[in-house]
Design a protein around this ligand. Structure first.
Ligand SMILES: [Cu+2]
Length: 165
């Protein structure tokens, strides 16, 4: 059963300001579900014929039990894979991550350009800058958590978790 999702859109008012943010700057685009905090999920704008799109975010485990990101799904792509970058023979490649991404208690995982990321295979209909793409993260312990990827510019690098938002 899906848990109640508290989407804290801090720009809309002061109601959520008392949430524990663990020292992070106030962001406009964060999600919380139980012990998990998901900061600024985003992707880049792509055309309708693009073979792939990437998904990035920071996932923090604020609880005392380990969890693990095991899968992700979206109605806007044929499938979603968890990828990591690795250098083989001097060439940067990406490959699926076996066994999911561990989220130790108190730890955080940064899905970012050049590192671990979600790969949306066969994005459908194109992603328009400024729009959002619904995404469901599947965790071993927390279960299914719905977020939205904010669609950033095609060349966005996202050097900070809250850049531009
Ligand atoms: Cu990839």
């Amino acid at each position: 059963m899906r848990r109640t999702l508290l989407r804290a859109v801090l720009m809309t008012g002061a109601a959520f300001v008392s949430l524990p943010l663990l020292g992070a700057p106030v962001a406009a685009h964060d999600f919380r579900d139980g012990d998990l905090a998901i900061d600024h999920p985003w992707t880049r704008a792509v055309g309708a014929s693009a073979p792939t799109a990437a998904g990035y975010m920071v996932i923090r485990n604020t609880g005392s039990a380990p969890d693990r990101l095991v899968a992700a799904e979206t109605p806007r792509a044929a499938r979603v894979e968890l990828h990591e970058m690795s250098v083989t023979d001097g060439i940067m490649r990406m490959r699926p991550i076996d066994g999911g991404i561990a989220l130790p208690p108190g730890g955080e995982v940064r899905l970012a350009p050049g590192g671990q990321h979600l790969m949306l295979i066969g994005p459908q209909g194109g992603f328009q800058q400024g729009a959002s793409v619904p995404l469901t993260l599947v965790f071993e312990r927390a279960g299914r958590v719905a977020v939205e990827l904010a669609v950033d510019a095609p060349g966005a690098r996202g050097t900070g978790p809250h850049q531009g938002h």
